[in-house]
Design a protein around this ligand. Structure first.
Ligand SMILES: Nc1ncnc2c1ncn2[C@@H]1O[C@H](COP(=O)(O)OP(=O)(O)OP(=O)(O)O)[C@@H](O)[C@H]1O
Ligand SMILES: CC(C)(CO)[C@@H](O)C(=O)[O-]
Length: 292
């Protein structure tokens, strides 16, 4: 049996969303819309004979903040009653993206583990089951609500209903030619602090539910960006600095807004050219996770 596996998971930027609460974590999540990116996270997982050690790195460095990865491993070991006393598990997440900045890296960490660790343990796991594990980890850590299902399927994803990838229903806005994603991060936002705050929840849901219907009625990239910008303003999540960057990007692209949830501006364009300094430029990913 193989003792090492790697998987690429695209990152995901949400443009707008609506929080759907449920006491059952499999039914809790968000509706909304976002884009997945060719810049994402590569997770390498190794199992060796050992004594039950679990080592989790980000870019080959130990990272104590990484609660989502530890939680994902725990869910897998508990769900499949795995006794790892005879093994050591080594996980490394490689990514150029800033963590905590609205790129859905926590979901990509969780998916990277759920698509590698069970298989290395000889557990026959389906595409959607692996997604369900990652969704449970995200919901339990309040590090995300709808990134997992979006990153699994790729593209410009409309989440028509909430929940794990087994329950959720998505649609996609067709990407007929390559679209560049130009991003600029000036700081981090802790997702948990926003999605658990009742005042933010009220503003988010008042705006998110209306905008989703408008996108369903006119599913286009330009409308997605216009509605995302309206959401950023309506929810008052946008900072003055990010608004200034968005105004510059708006002039030179198909549209710009704030990445939910991070201090990151993002814009879609048919060209990679921008006047913004030090951007991260990638393309919309249309494939999601390629699972063999
Ligand atoms: N510096 C870090 N190193 C490793 N993991 C981190 C770090 N910062 C945050 N995390 C993990 O990601 C989780 C939440 O990060 P957050 O969700 O804010 O970022 P994100 O997933 O990239 O963006 P978002 O979900 O808002 O799109 C944290 O709970 C933690 O588990
Ligand atoms: C809450 C959220 C905006 C954080 O990235 C995302 O998980 C989503 O769209 O549900």
């Amino acid at each position: 049996m193989k003792n090492e596996l790697s998987v690429f998971v695209p990152s995901h930027i949400t443009g707008f969303f609506e929080i759907i609460q449920n006491s059952n974590p499999l039914l809790k999540g968000s509706k909304g819309a976002g884009i997945t990116l060719d810049e994402g996270v590569v997770t390498n997982t190794k199992i060796k004979d050992g004594n039950g050690n679990i080592i989790i790195n980000v870019n080959n460095k130990e990272d104590s903040l990484n609660t989502i990865s530890k939680k994902t491993v725990k869910i897998i070991l508990d769900r499949y009653n795995v006794n790892i006393q005879d093994y050591d598990i080594y996980i490394n997440h490689d990514s150029k993206l800033p963590i905590g900045a609205g790129f859905g890296t926590s979901a990509a960490f969780a998916l990277g583990i759920s698509f590698t660790l069970p298989k290395l343990m000889g557990i026959n796991i389906s595409f959607k089951e692996a997604g369900e594990i990652a969704h449970l980890a995200e919901i339990s850590q309040s590090s995300g609500l709808g990134d997992v299902i979006s990153e699994m399927f790729g593209g410009c994803v409309i989440r028509l209903n909430e929940g794990s990838p087994v329950k959720g229903i998505i649609d996609k806005i067709p990407i007929t030619k390559p679209i560049y994603v130009i991003t600029k991060t000036i700081g981090l936002l802790e997702t948990k602090d926003i999605i658990e705050n009742p005042i933010h929840q009220k503003h988010i849901n008042q705006s998110g539910s209306i905008l989703l219907n408008r996108l369903i009625n006119n599913p286009s990239i330009s409308n997605f960006m216009k509605l995302s910008r309206k959401f950023a303003n309506d929810t008052q999540l946008i900072s003055k600095e990010i608004a200034e960057i968005i105004n510059i990007l708006d002039e030179e692209t198909l549209g710009a807004s704030m990445a939910m949830l991070g201090n990151t501006a993002f814009a879609l364009s048919y060209s990679p050219d921008t006047t913004i300094d030090n951007p991260i430029i990638t393309k919309i990913n249309t494939k999601g996770i390629e699972y063999k």
